[in-house]
Write a protein that binds this ligand. Structure first.
Ligand code: EPZ
Length: 428
């Protein structure tokens, strides 16, 4: 297994660019199952999650070619197999996003219950509520498979909110299935994440009738069929936020291109309060802006609570925590989406951070400096927080099990090396 060896203390300088969004690419790829012709996606990042999704789609009869420039061509050639097997699903929760397209297009899906993961349980009850709301039969069969089937889906009005608010992939699943259902579907408390709007844009190009994407109420008027099309994936707002915070924690000065600043309002609000400057150099397209990032020497402590979009994203919680370990005072971080998403707390403490957890809240008492240490990556975003801490720490940090990072960051160490970081990939 690979690890990152980091010698901290180098200020990040220079220019970098944000890759295409992983969390948009995965459901966009799955949505290709709805099309009667080829779908071409541009700017799909080269990540292990993307490879896993391609493997699953091939098993479901969809050809997938992904070239080195990030262009991906998908075409369904055989609709005979609609079973998403356990050994694929258990490696990646996002496999669930084939559920809606398969049910909408083929009317019959066998899907293995995903089970939990490092950041907590990953239930799919809201997804199944949505499928049932469209008239599908949903039953749990032996060996953990969910069998959903329907002769013809019928649109209806449904509420898709759960105890933690809206569901991103649940909203996308219902939107995809409803696109080929009979009649109109209205989703109340739909997720508002930019990735939902990006998949809606693809479906509309394919011929779907969708309004309200990106707002809490979406309306989908079903159509008979959907055609192939071409689409460019939005930039990855989480990678962008991570690169901004990595610059800030090293007190660096970096220009970032293809930055979806328009999708980062909550993060920008907190970063401004901390004392991080993110100046727009070219904002002609606020979803692909060029920004210049720098930070004050002294970082202010903040309060932050993760919320569904447009609130502060849970996927930036670990990175913000790493940043404020060096702030001048006490910060309070509350995780409302995945209350167990704190595997990075023990690891940051090994580097000298002062963190006090009470349930879904962590108090971060700022310290003057972090000290390098061997640490263990766990979930994708916690790993990014540990890399950031290593960039700022005195001495050497070894982040083990970086396969977690490879799931969601395209060659992160190369991007950081180009910005002057002393980081290299070594075998563990
Ligand atoms: C998406 O996951 C993202 N993944 C996650 O990013 C992200 O953390 C999450 O949205 C929240 O923003 C992809 O887009 C591939 P949810 P998703 O359904 O859609 C509960 C990363 O690091 N819930 O919005 O699976 C759930 O347990 C990943 O890139 C139910 O209770 O998340 C959670 O507490 C990690 N029942 C909350 O809702 C359900 O049926 C939000 O989950 C579904 C979800």
């Amino acid at each position: 297994m690979d690890a990152f060896l980091i010698h901290g203390g180098k200020r990040l300088k220079g220019a970098t660019q944000v890759s295409g969004s992983k969390n948009a690419s995965l459901p966009l790829m799955a949505a290709a199952l709805l099309a009667d012709g080829p779908v071409v996606l541009h700017d799909v990042p080269h990540l292990s999650d993307i490879q896993n999704m391609a493997r699953l789609l091939r098993e479901l009869g969809c050809e997938v070619e992904h070239d080195e420039n990030g262009t991906m061509r998908l075409e369904v050639v055989d609709e005979g197999n609609s079973h998403a097997r356990y050994d694929v699903v258990r490696t990646m929760r996002a496999s669930v996003c084939v559920l809606g397209p398969l049910l909408g297009k083929r009317g019959n899906v066998l899907f293995s219950m995903p089970g939990g993961c490092a950041i907590g349980d990953r239930p799919i009850d809201l997804h199944l509520r949505g499928m049932a709301g469209l008239g599908a039969d949903v039953e749990l069969e032996e060996n953990g498979n969910i069998h959903t089937k329907a002769k013809r889906l019928r649109g209806s009005k449904m509420f898709l909110g759960g105890p933690f608010g809206s569901t991103v992939l649940g909203t996308i699943n219902v939107m995809c299935a409803a696109a080929l259902a009979e009649g109109t579907t209205v989703i109340e408390q739909a997720a508002c994440e930019p990735e939902v709007a990006d998949v809606a844009d693809l479906l509309i190009k394919m011929g779907a009738h969708i309004s309200g994407a990106g707002t809490p109420r979406m309306t989908i008027d079903g159509v008979k069929s959907l055609s192939g099309t071409e689409h460019r994936v939005i930039a990855d707002r989480i990678e962008a936020g991570t690169l901004i915070m990595a610059t800030a924690i090293t007190n660096g000065d970096v220009k970032i291109e293809n930055c979806p600043i328009d999708a980062l309002a909550a993060a920008m609000d907190r970063l401004a309060a901390i004392g991080v400057s993110v100046d727009t150099v070219n904002g002609a397209n606020p979803m692909r802006a060029t920004v210049s990032v720098s930070s004050a020497r002294r970082l202010e402590p903040v309060m932050v609570t993760t919320q569904p979009h447009p609130g502060f994203p849970t996927d930036l919680q670990a990175q913000l925590m790493a940043l404020v370990t060096l702030a001048d005072g006490n910060s309070i971080i509350t995780e409302k989406i995945f209350p167990e998403r704190f595997l990075h707390v023990a690891e940051l403490s090994r580097m000298g951070a002062k963190l006090y957890r009470q349930g879904p809240t962590v108090m971060v008492s700022g310290v003057k400096r972090l000290i390098g240490a061997p640490v263990m990556a766990s979930d994708l975003r916690a790993s990014a927080g540990l890399v950031m801490a290593g960039l700022a720490a005195k001495g050497a940090t070894k982040v083990n099990r970086v396969y977690h990072l490879d799931r969601g960051y395209e060659q992160l160490e190369l991007k950081l090396q180009k910005l002057g970081a002393d980081i290299e990939r070594v075998s563990e």
